[in-house]
Write a protein that binds this ligand. Sequence first.
Ligand SMILES: C=C/C=C(\O)C(=O)O
Length: 270
Amino acid sequence: MSHAHDNSSGSPIARAFVDARRAGRAVASYPGVQPGSMDAAYAIQDEAIAAWPDDVAGWKLGRINAPHDARFGAGRLAGPIFSKAVWTAGAAPTPFRVIDGGFAAVEAEYLLELGETAPDRDGWTADSVAPLVARVFTGVEIAGSPFAGINDHGPAVTASDFGNNAGLILGAEIADWRDRLAGLTCSMSIDGAVVGRGGAASIPGGPLDSLAFLLNLLHRRGRRLEAGQLISTGAATGVHDILAGQSAVADFGPDGRIECVAVSAGREPS
Ligand SMILES: C=C/C=C(\O)C(=O)O
């Protein structure tokens, strides 16, 4: 679904986040009344998606911890990943932009590639989504927002600004994932120091449960998940804050490493 160059956003919050992201500048405080529910947050997110000049290439999932999970009625949140912010990892560290005075973090993740457009229905489970997945990759989610406090005011605030996503680095394809996925482990280092260890088992219900959550959510939001889209299934080692000038390495053992480096943001390339 393409929303490129649709500038019809009526939400001042969506407009403020979109403008700040495009200009590469921070917003000092939340730009409006904070949404009180996930539905209100996704309404803002939908307006921002419509105003962002790029296509949705996939979705990120993030965990909602207690006590917010009970308060907001969900264990995860979702946000769009845009096509111009998906990079393929190479031998050299992949650069990514961070907004000075905003929020930025790196997260080692397992990425699912959808093999077929998912039927538009509710009731998905980790078991029923498995046949939809064509390939699984290692990855690094770049979490990022112009608002430094994006994770400090509960999940509805986080979800309202693209779910705190600023991009995705695509790593190696994971061979034999149907047999191996549940047992995969990884670590994350920043500037040479290990900042987190974990794996697929760190994600509640596993990566396929993240996909099931997303499909059920998108059904309620009137959106579809399409063949070829990528799902970043949630932080496997934690959400690791990073500053411009710092480097990170996600180590997936036999499935390879992803190196990246944070650089100071300018305007989004148009
Ligand atoms: C920054 C948001 C949180 C996540 O992305 C996560 O928990 O995976």
